[in-house]
Design a protein around this ligand. Sequence first.
Ligand code: 4AD
Ligand code: MG
Length: 488
Amino acid sequence: MRPKSRIPKDMMPKRTKIATLLADGKTGFDTTVMGWIRTFRNNQFIALNDGSTNQTLQVVVDFENTDPALLKQLTTGAGIACTGHIVASQGRGQTLEMKATAIQVFGECDPEVYPLQPKKHSLEFLREIAHLRFRTNTFGSVFRIRHHVAWAIHEFFHRRGFVYLHSPIVTGSDAEGAGEMFRVTTLDPVSPPMADGEVNWKEDFFGKATNLTVSGQLEAELGALALSEVYTFGPTFRAENSNTTRHLAEFWMIEPEVAFADLDDNMDLAEAMLKHIVKHVLEQCGDDLTFLEQRLLEEEKSKPQHERSTLALREKLQFCLDNDFARVTYTEAFDILRNSTPNKKKKFQFVLEEWGADLQSEHERYLVEKHFERPVILYNYPAKIKAFYMRLNDDKNTVAAMDILFPGIGEIVGGSQREERYDVLRGKMAEMDIPEEEMQWYLDTRKFGTVPHAGYGLGFERLILFVTGMTNIRDVIPFPRYPGYAAF
Ligand code: 4AD
Ligand code: MG
């Protein structure tokens, strides 16, 4: 075999994906595979990965009849094509392998400087080289599963007749109040009117002040009040200074909105959706789950026993499928928490005393992990701690809101039945100082043929954390954005 660093386009052989070869399990034919070398042992065994699976194909090189110059190019990270005969493998760890007859090197990879060595790297280190981390087993598995989850979500809503609605990313509406916003402007920060102090936004690109959206909900409501059932699936942006393992400045949200639905329907829909996704991943992502389950077990070995998960990854997913989520009102949950040992012994950072207090993640996790030991839907929250659009209950103190809390993560879904009564909604906006002029379009839907409706927002990355068993949200989105960081 002679070294070749480039293949002319018309000579590019058709390739077979490694996942297909391994799944078919057939032997006794010739084919071509392409991928990146994970390791090259004894000048003889290439472990080749092409990203179609976390498994590698063993390519056996006839080194005695191979040009030494080519052998030298076969290093970890090199991008190559191999043509050869697929045979049953004698070695352990694989059922079949390729006996190579031709190897072409697309791109060499200098092992002296290649950051990914064939050894275990920390997730923190890999985050710094996020452009290359796709090439590791962990991130290959995470991003294949992320794809499957997105697919399962579209499938779930499509099958139920929902319309996928694309809500805007740049918006002039700022009444949602879900979080701090990123301003969108083309004005020059050092020239008037920007540098003037008082900015005249009429001079800006859109003729008004605009931001990146924090949620597509309000637009989804407009769609639902004509199309009946819609969902959004897009990026959302929050400029909160939250440096946690569960917050991103740019994250993806799925927001279904359903006309003629109340809070119970909303909870039923969310639970069915989450179970559909988990079932899909269990059925479709076996290899990747096996790998991630093992990874998690290894990671947890360094933790004290009481901090380790009681269930392995797949057991945890199966448990979520097989059991009803607990449904508890805020008031019931508040009583449980107030009387709990950590509250009485002041072990919580935020000790709960007065009904109406917002629950912190320590409280949510106590409910899910210690008290109910299963996913929990909390509903009927105090009106004072929730958004203006949530429907006021007959008790006048609570709103028809719901949050879904998951073990290890906390809040994964937030939603509500919406206030459809024109006068009640206007009253609420006045109370919360939301200017009516800016929300005319929203109020119009209540003025013209209003109907009961409900919806929720699912944090996509938080769900990916749950199904992959990863523990930092920065490791389940390709290129995370958080305070002080927007590389790539
Ligand atoms: O609870 P939130 O703020 O709800 C809304 O935005 C509503 N408008 C949704 C609706 O009713 N249509 O956000 C919804 C979910 C949260 O439950 C959480 O899972 C996720 O979005 N989320 C974040 N995920 C990552 N990083 C952040 N900074 C997040 N903020 C919220
Ligand atoms: Mg919320």
